[in-house]
Ligand binder design. Structure first.
Ligand SMILES: *Cc1c(COP(=O)(O)O)cnc(C)c1O
Length: 393
């Protein structure tokens, strides 16, 4: 039987390639998948391991991203999410119950800090903050109700590096789940699961995507059961990644090693020059020998990251004047892409912190964060130097 054009227009099938295979992972931009019989659909919808049925559960493109991230981080399984915050919230909520206690490092991404505070105020979770240098401090903070140790490999924006291997060992012997935000290091510089972490979370918006064109997140799990629990929580929250975002992140991951190498190189070169500039009071870069985390960072990172922060002499006014005077470097939030960007954490990413919390996180009013792209370092330094000179003239 021949259908009417109105009907035929709704049943377009794409050729499945035979012979040659696509080199790029195809974008499966379909929200649903059709099956020959209903039992097969029901089976597919029962869990994350079956056939693809609904893109809010998973899709072939998203699974490709999950597989490459599980591989790069050395995990058993990964879950791609709609954003980095979606990865963090999904993981926390899949592990914690009312009344549970979390031990977290003080120097945290502002959004993670706000998410933890929300769990305290709304859901009765308790939190203790630790410096992250001393395993004994973590040991002393652990209670019978403690479930999670939460760390960042390289903290934003001060470059603080916790003693991940030592802290994770303490957490393991107390039966805690160690969750590490590896956004700033990426698996190119550190694979936290190899140092005793149980779950790694990423904002794929940053280095993984790497082109400032997509928002996404990933969580990688050492253990398949924990992955399944997070997947179930993600379907309840609606926090999974959509196929097109996954496709963009996948495209970014191909060049991750090259970009991160260039970004680390740009960052360290400019850090050294900033440290010698009279308008700069302090440079926060774990690659500089006088940074408090330098020895730890050198022990288990294979690079110091593509982001630094520095204090402009003259506080908030000088910091803002510096940013206004930039010509090549962009004033923008987020980070990790091909363009170098600066921002002022105290009034943007960390704006929800009060004065005491800002001090605890090491964020002064003159602090500027620079996230390096892949431009030539001489062009970047020329721009930063002229902006410093004109801001503090
Ligand atoms: C940006 C960022 C996040 C949040 O990621 P989004 O994709 O913006 O939701 C989490 N952790 C760190 C370290 C980040 O830099």
């Amino acid at each position: 039987m021949t259908y009417h054009p109105q009907t035929r227009a709704t049943r377009i099938s794409a050729p499945v390639p035979e012979g040659g295979t696509p080199v790029s992972v195809p974008l499966h931009q379909s929200s649903i998948y059709a099956f020959d019989d209903h039992t097969a659909l029901a089976t597919a919808m029962a869990g994350p391991e079956g056939d693809f049925a609904y893109s809010a559960y998973s899709s072939p493109t998203t699974r490709a991203l999950e597989n490459v991230m599980a591989d790069l981080e050395g995990g058993a399984a990964a879950l791609a999410t709609a954003s980095g915050m979606a990865a963090i919230s999904t993981v926390l909520q899949s592990i914690l119950r009312q009344g549970d206690h979390v031990v977290a490092q003080k120097a945290l991404y502002g959004g993670a800090f706000a998410a933890l505070r929300d769990l305290v105020e709304r859901w009765g979770i308790e939190i203790s903050y630790v410096g992250g240098e001393d395993p004994a401090e973590v040991e002393a903070a652990i209670r019978p109700t403690t479930r999670i140790l939460y760390l960042e490999t390289i903290a934003n924006p001060t470059g603080h590096v916790s003693d991940l291997p030592a802290l994770a060992a303490v957490a393991r012997s107390a039966g805690l789940v160690t969750v590490v935000d590896n956004t700033f290091a990426t698996p190119m510089l550190c694979r936290p699961l190899e140092h005793g972490a149980d779950v790694v979370v990423h904002s794929a918006t940053k280095y993984l995507g790497g082109h400032h064109d997509v928002v996404g997140g990933v969580a990688v799990f050492a253990d398949v059961d924990r992955y399944r629990a997070a997947w179930a929580q993600a379907t309840r929250l609606g926090s999974t990644a959509d196929p097109f975002s996954s496709w963009l992140v996948l495209r970014g991951v191909k060049t991750l090693p090259l970009r991160v190498r260039q970004q680390c190189d740009n960052s360290l070169r400019v850090a050294r020059r900033l440290a010698a500039h009279p308008a700069v009071a302090a440079v926060h870069h774990p690659g500089l020998p006088d940074h408090p985390s330098h020895d730890r960072a050198s022990r288990f990172l294979s690079g110091y990251g593509g982001t630094l922060a520095f204090d402009v002499r003259g506080g908030v006014d000088a910091a803002h004047a510096f940013m206004r005077a930039l010509r090549l470097v962009l004033v923008a939030g987020s980070l990790g892409g091909t363009e170098t960007v600066v921002m002022h954490p105290a009034t943007t990413s960390h704006r929800t912190l009060d004065a005491h919390e800002l001090r605890a996180a090491g964020i002064g009013q003159g602090l500027v964060r620079v996230s390096f792209g892949i431009e030539h370092h001489e062009d970047l330094w020329a721009d930063i130097e002229q902006a410093l000179d004109s801001a503090t003239a």
